[in-house]
Design a protein around this ligand. Structure first.
Ligand code: PLP
Length: 415
């Protein structure tokens, strides 16, 4: 190992987190990322890795898409951060672009810097709009790890150490419209749902579930918040995960791919009704960095590039191709792979045992292909490659994955 790698790991151990450094090393992740382009990450020793994780879904356009980099460079030399008092053109352009691509009457945007902030904003705005305080979320959901979003998150492992969390949250079975209807009442401000549960293990709800959720909300005067942080901006082969069900949410949280894989940015997007409280009092919710020109220029360029390069269709086709390949592997090795789920380039591979997840991840990394299991569900390996990954690269990934699954099958009894 090079001195540079050793020094970096030593700094992690001393200044970041010794247990995290140990775990990374144990998984065979003893490389330092140095540069990236498209679907390839190159480490400081010049070794190349194929990125099939896509930064938890951030790299829809791959790494450093030239059109996004160019837009950000232009702002870097003009007005990178906003002064906050004068008007900001990239922010106005991005809000307009989002109003165009989001479904229904979603119109107004507020910009933040991450997914969890986008969720926090949605929760606050829903309370403001409805003057109600209760929320319904799904079991196994992942909405982030700040207090509000953590309360909405449906996994005790992350929640327990931080209790008491916010009051008024109920969690119901994901995909069960009857359970949802029973939980929503006249005090419910909003229902918050992921169109496909990402960290929960790439769980696709039954067709029509989100539409039913919207009807249930409407009947009780509650709002529907779609958490599109992971599913949004092309990941599922549509602009948004809710498009598959033809649903028009009242509020949407968006982040990850919105910055084109170059800048961090999140957005809260809402209808006029949802926005009413903020229209009356615009400074009830503010952010110093939110809406900065660098990030907004990246967002505008990302949306424009997806349109210009037909990336939704490409992602849809590439995802279908990858899924068929994974299903063949599942059929060949049923002792290891029990299901393949997902839509577009958001795919989950359910394994027969938790131990198989760690082994497969390590084997794939040894083969220089980056995959990981989902945060809420270590039995599910997820693949969220750039939407622009070509067929021949997918073929190579499938070949290596088949080999890793075959090796895992040989020892599955002992895992
Ligand atoms: N919501 C969903 C659906 C997510 O998948 C995530 C992150 O994975 C978040 C919210 C939180 O986003 P962030 O990590 O940017 O705070």
């Amino acid at each position: 190992m090079s001195t540079y790698v050793d020094e970096t790991i030593a700094k992690y151990e001393k200044y970041i987190n010794p247990a995290q450094a140990k775990l990374f090393r144990f998984m065979g992740l003893d490389s330092v990322e140095a540069s990236a382009s498209g679907w390839t990450i190159t480490d400081s020793n010049g070794q190349q890795f194929i990125d099939c994780l896509g930064g938890y879904g951030m790299f829809a356009l791959g790494h450093r898409h030239p059109k996004v980099v160019e837009a950000v460079e232009r702002e870097l030399h003009a007005m990178p951060m906003c002064g906050k008092v004068l008007f900001n053109r990239p922010m106005a352009d991005l809000a307009e672009a989002l109003a165009e691509i989001t479904p229904g009457a979603l119109q107004y945007s507020f910009f933040v810097n991450s997914g969890t902030e986008a969720v926090e904003g949605c929760l606050k705005i829903a309370r403001l709009a409805t003057k109600r305080s209760k929320f319904v979320a799904a079991k196994n959901a992942f909405h982030g790890k700040t207090f509000g979003s953590l309360t909405a998150t449906g996994r005790d492992l992350y929640r327990e150490p931080f209790k008491p969390l916010l009051n008024g949250f109920t969690h119901v079975e994901y995909g069960d419209a009857e359970a949802l209807a029973a939980a929503v009442d006249e005090d419910t401000a909003a229902v918050i749902l992921e169109p496909i549960q990402g960290e929960g293990g790439i769980i696709v709800p039954p067709a029509g579930y989100l539409r039913q959720a919207k009807e249930i909300c409407e009947a009780k005067g509650a709002l529907l918040i779609a958490d599109e942080v992971q599913t949004g901006i092309g990941r599922t082969g549509d602009w948004f995960g809710v498009n598959a069900d033809g649903v028009e949410p009242d509020l949407m949280a968006c982040a990850k791919a919105l910055g084109g894989g170059v800048m961090p940015i999140g957005a809260i997007i809402g209808t006029e009704r949802a926005w009413q409280g903020l229209i009356e009092a615009p400074f009830l919710h503010t952010s110093t960095f939110g809406g900065n020109q660098l990030a907004c220029a990246a967002g505008v360029a990302a949306i424009r590039t997806i349109k210009e390069e037909d990336i939704l269709r490409r992602g849809r086709e590439a995802g279908a191709y990858l899924k068929v390949g994974l299903e063949k592997i599942a059929a060949e090795f049923p002792s290891v792979v029990t299901a393949v789920r997902g839509r577009g380039m958001m795919l989950g591979i359910e394994l027969s045992k938790e131990g198989a997840g760690g082994m497969l991840m390590s084997l794939m990394i040894m083969k220089h292909i980056i995959v990981a299991y989902t945060l809420n569900n270590p039995k599910v390996i997820r693949m969220e490659p750039p939407l622009v990954m070509p067929k021949e690269v997918i073929d190579h990934v499938l070949e290596e994955f088949r080999d890793a699954v075959a090796q895992t099958a040989d020892v599955i009894e002992d895992l």
